[in-house]
Design a protein around this ligand. Structure first.
Ligand code: URA
Length: 435
């Protein structure tokens, strides 16, 4: 086949700040997927995009080309309106777990195609795999059946969904081109558009534990993704929310499942409940369902949906979750008020205890993680338990404890200040972005 362009010309054009044509963009993604553009050439193009950015039209074209690189799911035969949610990821962010059955119990269909965690933020599939028997792989036919009968499915995205993104994301990971707003926005939105949902609510995290630590950049990412969604015909809204402090108390796979089940049972930490219900309200509003999601919890309907979803994928929702063999508390040395509870340090510590992976083929521990019992502004007494470390690996705890309490650089993960000290925790909900 004669190729209409050369990679070198396209890289040069982007490097020099020119806007690529629709045909050039479409060819670049297609040729990369076919292996005609080599990995080193795509690295150079990604770096050129990193520095030069993309126009709105180029980004729409780039995203559409990534969608076209694979299959597009079609849920038009599901007799409920489809709506999904995506979070850019954070520490203790288990919201998808209670959210999907809550929204399903209110009458929508939620096709949640999720991924695994890399680095300090956990992956939804890793969390659910802590449930004995649960299987992330679901065929398209089974997904349709679950959406019709139960209203929700959380499963692994198939290999055929936006394969260009799969390839490009792995490349960006090793070429320092992940944190580019157009590349992140097109990566996330291509998968969500290909997934075929009619509406989408994005939870864009900001703060130390998010990969957009600055609120202004998170807002720009949110606006870019909303615009891509709307241009592709998906009703899209975004919340910008705090990730300077872990969400809830639990960090780690089985610990987060247990906390999610508490929320479905009507309990759970206040911040997890607030964000789950807020996201549920936005999702339901986008598809015109006028039901209070809190009702789905109090009636038990959301818990019924959760159990049906877990059973449909081979899991036992009533089975005991894995527990760590080594559990150790860290207590307050003095009385005072919590002035800092850093999401990034706690996320990294949980990862080191075994909850996360270094490389994508690494296994994760179901039971490892951290329970954090305090938030900024809480008063504490001497000897009060601040956090509980869970691991299966002897010898890790002493090291992780040292890193949390006396890091070589910077402040401890949790700081107890004198009574009356202030703290500068971000508000949980920072902004809402609509088209
Ligand atoms: N998640 C994605 O799917 N893609 C990115 O680029 C970043 C986060």
């Amino acid at each position: 086949m004669t190729e209409p362009f050369t990679a070198v010309d396209i890289i040069r054009a982007k490097r020099d700040g020119h806007t690529l044509t629709t045909d050039q963009v479409a060819w670049s993604i297609d040729a990369y997927t076919r292996g005609v553009i080599a990995e080193e050439q795509m690295s150079a193009l990604a770096m050129a995009v990193f520095f030069q950015g993309m126009s709105v039209r180029e980004l729409d074209d780039w995203t559409s080309a990534m969608v076209r690189s694979g299959e597009r799911l079609d849920f038009s035969r599901v007799p409920r309106p489809t709506v999904d949610k995506h979070s850019t990821g954070g520490v203790g962010d288990k919201i998808t777990l209670p959210l999907v059955p809550i929204v399903a119990a209110c009458g929508a269909a939620v096709p949640q195609l999720s991924g695994r965690g890399l680095g300090h933020t956990g992956g939804t599939l890793d969390k659910l795999e802590a449930i004995p028997g649960w299987n992330a792989r679901v065929s398209n036919a089974q997904m349709m059946a679950m959406l019709t009968d139960i209203g929700g499915v959380i499963c692994a995205a198939g290999e055929k969904l936006a394969p260009a993104d799969r390839k490009l994301y792995a490349l960006r990971d090793v070429t320092a081109t992940v944190d580019s707003i157009p590349l992140i926005a097109s990566s996330i939105m291509s998968k969500k558009i290909a997934e075929g949902t009619s509406a989408l609510v994005l939870d864009v995290k900001t703060g130390s534990g998010a990969f957009m630590s600055e609120p202004d950049r998170a807002l720009e990412l949110a606006r870019t993704m909303v615009s891509l969604g709307v241009d592709a015909g998906v009703r899209t809204r975004a919340l910008v929310t705090a990730m300077d402090v872990p969400l809830g108390c639990a960090i780690g796979n089985a610990l987060e499942v247990a906390e999610s089940v508490e929320v479905l049972a009507g309990g759970g930490p206040a911040d997890v409940v607030e964000l789950t219900l807020l996201l549920a309200r936005h999702m339901l509003e986008l598809v015109g369902i006028d039901t209070d999601p809190a009702q789905a919890i109090s009636s038990g309907a959301a818990m019924d949906c959760w159990r049906a979803m877990i059973r449909a994928q081979g899991g036992d929702p009533l089975a005991e979750l894995p527990k760590a063999t080594i559990v150790e508390d860290i207590v307050a040395d003095s009385a005072g008020v919590i002035t800092r509870c850093d999401a990034l340090m706690l996320g990294r510590a949980s990862w080191r205890l075994g909850a996360g992976r270094h490389r994508k083929e690494d296994p994760v521990s179901d039971s490892a993680g951290i329970e954090v019992f305090v938030k900024p502004g809480d008063d504490v007494t001497t000897g009060q338990v601040l956090m509980r470390l869970h691991t299966e690996t002897p010898g890790l705890v002493a090291h992780v404890r040292e890193e949390l309490r006396s890091p070589r650089v910077g402040e401890p993960a949790i700081v107890v200040g004198p009574t009356g000290s202030s703290h500068n925790q971000l508000p949980l909900i920072i902004d809402v972005v609509e088209a």
